[in-house]
Write a protein that binds this ligand. Structure first.
Ligand SMILES: NC(=O)c1ccc[n+]([C@@H]2O[C@H](COP(=O)([O-])OP(=O)(O)OC[C@H]3O[C@@H](n4cnc5c(N)ncnc54)[C@H](OP(=O)(O)O)[C@@H]3O)[C@@H](O)[C@H]2O)c1
Length: 309
């Protein structure tokens, strides 16, 4: 487990040979913000950085902290990534104008309120998906899926193509083939474990599609961000990692994880098989379920807007 000093020293050596393109879905707050700021700082502004989310004011305030260089290009792209049908509009625009994507960090997410967690209440989106899993899993997955060609272009140029999916690697649980949508499954922790296994599985699928690229699922540990309920934030402060330090660790993990689908812990260490409930059949079932949910949402969205699919 590398110390923060070792991580900082390693990050300080980051010097990409060409101007990298980096996208942060969830870069407007918390872990994504810290990672984007560390990235911008270590490349000394020599990057094209795109923050994707809903909060333009937050994005602009974060961008204002990035160092400036002659070839700096910083932008905010609006996307409500709780609805699958919103993703293609964003990704098709990125596909049309970007030459490549070198780094993609996904940290869009939310938590249930304590009350909802205790009572097992879920809030479903217009696409009839639990809102938390829509943001954490389905929309992130569609986002990566759409951007695979740009990651492949980075690989084709002999450059880094690295994806960091911020979740809870190492805290997986067994999935239920008879209830892939988790409609009959109860218990917040059980559902979380299943969602973690889903994240592990799709990252393995992506890794098989872009050889040489990295698709890491990472657990950031307890991080002091606006996501945490206020009481947890106050009581957990002595144990929680700050946004800045977490950004250092996440950047280290992004730059140093092995090719394929590593699962990483809060300091970027490889988790091996800890908390892993995947495998060939799980991967196939998760992918079949995920693509079915995505296609259904897109077809319903197209029907609503009068577009033929
Ligand atoms: N903090 C922790 O201790 C911790 C621990 C383990 C795992 N995690 C996971 O890490 C992820 C990030 O957590 P965080 O602590 O950084 O949270 P945060 O500070 O609240 O940031 C959440 C990010 O998600 C974005 N987001 C939320 N809903 C969105 C939507 N509908 N469309 C687009 N973007 C959306 C937000 O952007 P906009 O507001 O601009 O939309 C924001 O940038 C979450 O998935 C969380 O479960 C966190």
């Amino acid at each position: 487990m590398p110390s923060l000093a070792v991580v900082r020293e390693s990050n300080a050596k980051f010097s990409p040979p060409t101007t990298p393109v980096a996208i942060f879905l969830g870069g407007t707050s918390g872990i994504g913000q810290g990672t984007a700021q560390a990235f911008a700082r270590y490349v000394k502004g020599n990057a094209h950085i795109i923050l994707v989310g809903r909060n333009r004011a937050a994005a602009e305030a974060i961008i204002a902290t990035f160092p400036k260089a002659p070839n700096s290009k910083y932008e905010f792209v609006y996307c409500d990534a709780s609805l699958i049908r919103n993703i293609p509009e964003t990704t098709s625009a990125l596909l049309a104008r970007l030459p490549k994507v070198n780094y993609l960090v996904l940290s869009s997410g939310a938590l249930p309120s304590v009350w909802d967690a205790i009572r097992g209440i879920e809030h479903r989106t217009e696409e009839d998906i639990d809102r938390l899993r829509a943001v954490l899993f389905y929309c992130r997955t569609k986002f990566v899926l759409d951007l695979l060609p740009l990651l492949q272009k980075a690989r084709d140029a002999g450059e880094d193509a690295r994806v960091l999916n911020v979740g809870a690697a190492g805290h997986g649980g067994p999935i239920d083939f008879n209830d892939m949508g988790m409609r009959q499954t109860s218990g917040v922790l059980k559902k979380r474990g299943i969602a973690v296994t889903y994240l592990d599985s799709v990252m393995e699928i992506f890794a098989s599609r872009v050889p040489g690229a990295m698709f890491s699922h990472i657990y950031p540990g307890l991080v002091d961000t606006p996501l945490l309920p206020w009481l947890v934030r106050i009581l957990g402060k002595p144990f929680a990692t700050s946004i800045d330090d977490c950004g250092e660790y996440m950047l280290y993990a992004l730059l140093n994880g092995g090719a394929g689908a590593p699962r990483q812990g809060e300091h970027g260490d490889d988790l091996g098989q800890v908390g892993y409930y995947g495998g060939d059949e799980v991967r196939e079932r998760v992918w079949a379920h995920t693509t079915e949910v995505i296609e259904k949402a897109l077809a319903a969205g197209s029907a609503k807007s009068g577009v033929n699919v």
